[in-house]
Design a protein around this ligand. Sequence first.
Ligand code: HEC
Length: 226
Amino acid sequence: MLARTTAAALAIGATFALGAAWTASWAQGGGGPVAAAPSPAPAHPAPQPTAVQPSSAQIGQARAAVKEMGEALKQRLMAAIKAGGPISAISVCKTIAPALAQQTGAARGLKIGRTALRVRNPANAPDAWERGVLEQFAAQIKAGVDPSKLEHAEVVTNASGASTFRYMKAIPMRAEPCLLCHGAPEPALKAEIDRLYPQDQATGFRPGELRGAFTVSAPAAAAAAP
Ligand code: HEC
C-alpha cells in the first residue's frame, strides 16, 4: 500500500468518496451507483486521466453473485442445523461455503470469497485493500448506517498497470443462527470449533455488528484507455 504511486492513491481517494455516495443513495432506496453508471461510449472518448470507474454491468454481476451465494449458504446452514444440530452444521461453513463461492463465481467469471477483520479460518484473512474497506464499513456502522446496505466497488490498478474490478458487500452479524457459532458457543460446540480452527478469532460478535463481508474480484471490464 505504501508503495502506491500518487496517481493510484488519488484514485483510491476518489473511489472511496464515490463508495460513500452510493451508500447514501442505496440507503435512501435509490438502489444503485448513481455516479458510476457510464454513459454510452462516444465515438471519440475523452481521455480519463483519473480513476477508472467500475462498470455498472460488473457491479450488477457481483451483486447477483453475492446475493445468490448468501441465500444458498443461509439455506444450507439452516437445514443442517435443523437436521443434525450446530456441531454437524460446522461442516456446512467449512466445506460448503468455499464450494458455493466457487460455483457462483465460476458461473459469472468472478472470484468470490468471505473475509472479516476477525476471521475463523485464517485462509479468509483480508488483504490490505479488503482490510481498508472492512474498516470503512465498520466506521459507517458505528456512525449509524444500516450494515445490510453497505457495499463498495472499485477498479484497483497495480504497479504493472493491470486493472482489477473489486467489490465488497458487508455481512451483518445476526442473532439467528449466527450467534450459535459466532457469539458465545456452548462448550461442546466451542471445542469442535477450536479443534478445526485453533486460531479462531470469530466469536464474541453481537447482532448488528459487522461480521465480515463478501469479497469479489475479476479482471476489470471495459477499462478506459489511458
Ligand atoms: C454452525 C456454526 C456456524 C454458524 C451457525 C454460522 N457460522 Fe459463520 N463460520 C462458521 C465456520 C466453521 C466458519 C469457517 C469457514 C471456513 O473454513 O471458511 C465460518 C466463517 C464465517 C465467515 C468467513 C470469515 C471467517 O471468519 O473465516 C463469515 C463472514 C461468517 N462465518 C458469517 C456468519 C454469519 C453472518 C452467520 C449467520 C447467518 C454465520 N456465520 C453462522 C461457523 C458458523
